[in-house]
Write a protein that binds this ligand. Structure first.
Ligand SMILES: Cc1cc2nc3c(=O)[nH]c(=O)nc-3n(C[C@H](O)[C@H](O)[C@H](O)COP(=O)(O)OP(=O)(O)OC[C@H]3O[C@@H](n4cnc5c(N)ncnc54)[C@H](O)[C@@H]3O)c2cc1C
Ligand code: FES
Length: 341
């Protein structure tokens, strides 16, 4: 089982740049510009660690519109398999599979745009924002950016030097407010109100970009919506599903079957359905394992599941019984799935 049928570009790492003690930028050698894409989109990378292939989603930190070599910027998650590998072990010359960029976190950079972009980012959430911000400042001479960037401490700020240089180069078009939670400051409802009041838009077409941890995304998105921001001007990128306080307790050891497939497997504690399908070698493909690409879809035949947070499914698809097996967990003793049609 895998993401067969998807395009995977076999690239090598051309260099690794350290951004902070916990974050690195990984630049890919892509002389023909095959990765392409646009600022703010993400790529699914496939990396082999100790003989085992892992797939993860990373936003592009490069700006394709500026012809930059594709790069991702990875922040180490304590205990995280792939992020730790990139931050501690990966090096120039390593082979990495990279899928073409996807996603909806993009603004359509265009020299004729005359916009104000308000961006709220925290930690590695700066990555897609930086990709866009850099392109806007270089290619949209009449647009301005107001960035609020949250971190715990000054030494955690990713792209600190580049942000300073951009501010010096575009003092009228880029404003940056660093918000340090270690000093008791947070990007919360009150901050949003203050930030918007003290940084009035320079152009009437106002866009809002948001990428931070679930709690921050929730608070900022709710405040912006209350203030009347419409869907087509609000882009939110989510790295982790929002925590669900009411999430039901999964059924440990549920028996999983796939219609038309001979074998079955138990879904162990802590596993998602995809883990058990993998053991059964069932015909379900996957790519991101994060609920964002939609590759691992299946239909619920019988039994009950907690669907998790299936970003890639529409409400209609969810209502029709479609699930994403990489984020779904069993709630009944037996679950039967059907291929997605
Ligand atoms: C659209 C999108 C874009 C992303 N872009 C970036 C990026 O630009 N830079 C970047 O560093 N990361 C990014 N991520 C997160 C990235 O895909 C991985 O989830 C992250 O690097 C952790 O992978 P890992 O293998 O190190 O951890 P794993 O070994 O997979 O996870 C270890 C544990 O941590 C939990 N976990 C996984 N991810 C997170 C998280 N982000 N925060 C808290 N807990 C988590 C898991 O549920 C698991 O229990 C992005 C994710 C998405 C969905
Ligand atoms: S593998 Fe991407 S949504 Fe499940």
């Amino acid at each position: 089982m895998s993401g067969e049928g998807r395009t995977v570009l076999p690239l090598t790492i051309s260099g690794i740049r350290r951004e902070t003690a916990d974050a690195v930028t990984v630049v890919f050698h892509d002389p023909g510009g095959r990765v392409g894409g646009s600022a703010g989109r993400y790529v699914i990378v496939r990396v082999v660690i100790d003989g085992e292939e892992h797939r993860r989603v990373f936003s592009l930190s490069s700006t394709p519109e500026l012809g930059q070599a594709p790069s991702i910027t990875v922040k180490r998650l304590p205990g995280g398999r792939v992020s730790t590998h990139f931050v501690e072990q990966a090096g120039a010359g390593d082979s990495i599979g990279v899928e073409p960029p996807e996603g909806a976190f993009e603004v359509g950079i265009d020299p004729t745009n005359r916009r104000t972009y308000f961006a709220f980012a925290a930690g590695s959430g700066i990555v897609p924002v930086m990709s866009i911000l850099r392109g806007v400042l270089a290619l949209e001479p009449r647009s301005a950016v107001r960035l609020a960037y949250g971190n715990r401490r000054p030494e955690d700020v990713i792209f600190a030097a580049e942000l300073e240089e951009l501010q010096a180069a575009h003092p009228d078009r880029l404003a940056v407010a660093h918000v340090m939670s270690g000093q008791g400051n947070r990007i919360d409802r009150r901050f949003v109100d203050r930030f918007l009041a003290t940084h009035p838009p320079a152009a009437a077409d106002v866009w809002y970009l948001l990428c931070g941890p679930p709690g921050m995304n929730r608070v900022v998105e709710a405040r912006l919506r209350t203030l009347g921001v419409m869907d087509d001007r609000l882009l939110v990128e989510r790295y982790v599903p929002p925590g669900r306080e009411e999430a039901p307790v999964p059924y440990d050891g549920a028996l999983l079957r796939m219609e038309g497939h001979g074998s079955s497997s138990r879904v162990a504690a802590g596993e998602v359905l995809l883990d058990a399908l993998d053991r059964m070698a069932a015909p379900v493909f996957y790519a991101c394992r994060s609920g964002v690409c939609g590759t691992c879809r299946a239909r619920l035949g019988s039994g009950r599941v907690d669907p998790g947070v299936p970003f890639a499914l529409t409400e209609e698809e969810q209502d029709s019984g479609m699930i994403l097996t990489c984020v779904a967990r069993p709630l009944s003793a037996e679950v039967v799935l059907r291929p997605p049609d």
